[in-house]
Structures are given as C-alpha cells and as structure tokens.
Design a protein around this ligand. Structure first.
Ligand code: SAM
Ligand code: SF4
Length: 318
C-alpha cells in the first residue's frame, strides 16, 4: 500500500517487549524501566492479528525487536506464526545476541530469515561495562550458532560512542575482510530518558571514514535503507554508516513501527502515536484504521529543534 506521498509502505517493525536482560548505558536506565502493567502489553495473538492486517495491506518485510525480543515468553510461537505468512519475503530480528546459543536453531526452523546483532565492543571488560554486566562470550557464541544454522548474512550493529569504542573501529571493519558480514556503525540518538547521555557521548560516523583508509562506497541496492554502505578493497562484507538524525532518508521511508503496548509510530522522529490496542480489544475492524495510518504517514521528521523522542528506545525497538 502507498501513503499519500506515493511511498510504498512495506516494512513493519514490531517491538515485542520493552524488557531486556541487559542495561546498555545509552538505552536503559540503570535500574531498568518502569514496568508496564502486563495487561497493557499486546498478547502474542494480538501481535499476530495486527501483523496479518499489515501483511494483507502489502507489508512483506517484518522485523522483530524490543527490548530484547528473546526474553519475551513464547517468542518462538510468534516467530512460527509469522513465519507461516507466505506473503512475507523478509523476516528478521534485532537482538543483543546473548540468548542466541539457545534459540538460533529454533528461530531458523520457525521461519526467521536473518539477524541483526548488536555489539558495541570486542573487549569483554568494556562489554560488561557498557551493558552493565553482560558477558561478551554469550554474544560471540550466539553469533557462531546463528551462522551455523544459516541465520545470515549477519548484520552487526555497533553504536559509536566517544572515548568508548573509537579505538575499535578498525577491528570491527576488519571483520568484513574475510566474511560476508555487514558491520554497521550507528550514531547515538538522543532519545527517551537517556537523551542527555547520548548527547554527551555522541560522535559522528564520519570518524569511521576518517580513520579507515580505502573504504569505497558501494552502489545503493536498497534505497529505503538508512545505511550508506562501503567496502574494503577485496572485502567480502560491507561497512554501513547509519546517521539516524542527520541523514534524512524520509523520501524513501517504507517503515512503520508497532510498540509493545500496541501503539503505531508512523515515524521514528515524531512523538505522534496511534493506539491500535484499544480498537482491537473492542473487536473493531482494524484494517481500515491501519489503512488510514499508512495513508497519513508524515512526510518527514517533524521534531522541532530541541525536541526529542519521548519514548525509550526499548519501547520502540530501534
Ligand atoms: N535488544 C535488541 C538489541 O540490542 O539489538 C533489540 C532492541 S535495541 C533497542 C535495537 C537497536 O537500537 C540496537 O542496535 C541498539 O544498539 C540501538 N539503540 C538503542 N539505543 C540507541 C540510541 N540511543 N542511539 C542509537 N541506537 C540505539
Ligand atoms: Fe537491551 Fe538492546 Fe537496549 Fe541494550 S540496546 S539495553 S540490549 S534493548
């Protein structure tokens, strides 16, 4: 389905929980988030029903995210149900990777195609520090398992942070030399309760281009992707740069987000939300409502200077 600006909206990102087993400093307050009442969170059947409505309206690309999607109870059932929707041609998940060793095989057999895994450092002490006690070995083992069962090509999401991982850019880029892996450097976004932390620790993605010689920009394959891609000469994988704030890819935006508590965010960089949970629970036909939401998707980012996204990233999913 096309919106009123002629963009084909075919990508739904679903946050299945705002809970997480890590506490990344840029994403989650140290004490965690205020727990939302269980009833406020969409049930798996409700997520499935909303997903089917979107798919019937032309969505063929779905990403499961969170919080950490793998901590959601019975997540495999949802993956299995969405995996059965034949009109979905690309079915992916963004995860911190810590639980993949246990889940990768079942995710693959349930119908998931591929994974984005978030990893901001390759140093175990730094990893424990930024995630407030995560274990790097869990993620590395998870990545190996994901590759083994065929959940690739893997995309690694690396959030760049001042005085934290600038010195590791080269190591991350070198991962693309011999392997078909995409390493994507993401600029910190000031968002939710941690907006000031992000503003204080921000560094631009240009740092990557300044630090690494020889990166060659590749042809854009997917114009709706927020990433600009580069390659090392002879490299098998790609290096992506994602500038969520400065780079406006609005004219090619194809995405819509569903939050864990049943709100639609038609644009990440806007605080506008539309409640789907209430009409769904009232037994109303949500297809028409979803069609209207798509049609009315905003033309572009509409936050004024000095305004920030109110919701925490855990509720939106990236
Ligand atoms: N827990 C999963 C994970 O970490 O991959 C999925 C949810 S997480 C919110 C999705 C992505 O958002 C991750 O790649 C994370 O690094 C990124 N993210 C979180 N907070 C961010 C921020 N303030 N700025 C930029 N990226 C952020
Ligand atoms: Fe959890 Fe992902 Fe946020 Fe880290 S970035 S706290 S893993 S939701």
């Amino acid at each position: 389905m096309r919106d009123s600006y002629g963009r084909r909206i075919n990508y739904l990102r679903i946050s299945v929980t705002d809970l997480c087993n890590l506490r990344c400093k840029y994403c989650m307050p140290e004490k965690g988030i205020e727990k939302i009442d269980y009833n406020e969170i969409l049930k798996l059947e409700e997520i499935q029903s909303i997903t089917e409505s979107f798919v019937n309206l032309g969505v063929d690309k779905i990403r499961i995210t969170g919080g950490e999607p793998l901590v959601r109870r019975n997540i495999l059932k949802l993956i299995e149900d969405i995996g059965k929707l034949t009109k979905v041609r690309d079915f992916a998940m963004t995860t911190n990777g810590t639980l993949l060793k246990k889940y990768a095989k079942n995710l693959k057999s349930a119908g998931l195609n591929r994974l984005n895994i978030s990893l901001d450092t390759l140093d175990k002490n730094k990893y424990a520090k930024i995630t407030r006690n995560g274990r790097l070995s869990d993620v590395l083992e998870g990545i190996e398992e994901a590759k083994k069962v065929g959940l690739g090509p893997i995309k690694l999401n690396v959030v760049l942070m001042k005085d934290f991982n600038e010195d590791e850019i080269e190591n991350f880029v070198n991962l693309t030399k011999d392997e078909e892996i995409d390493v994507r450097f993401i600029e910190l976004m000031p968002i939710g309760a941690l907006k000031y932390w992000s503003l204080n620790n921000y560094i631009s993605n240009e740092t990557v281009l300044k630090n690494i010689e020889g990166l060659v920009e590749t042809e854009t394959v997917d114009i709706s992707s927020p990433a600009r891609y580069y390659k090392l000469p002879g490299g098998k994988g790609r290096v992506g740069l994602i500038n969520p704030i400065s780079c406006k890819f609005c004219e090619n935006c194809n995405r819509i987000r569903l939050t864990a508590d049943g709100k639609i965010k038609p644009c990440l960089h806007s605080n506008d939300e539309i409640d789907l949970k209430t009409p769904l629970r009232q037994g109303k036909d949500i297809n028409g409502l979803i069609g209207d939401i798509i049609k009315n998707k905003p033309k572009e980012h509409n936050l004024e200077d000095g305004d920030y996204i109110n919701r925490n990233m855990t509720a939106i999913g990236g």
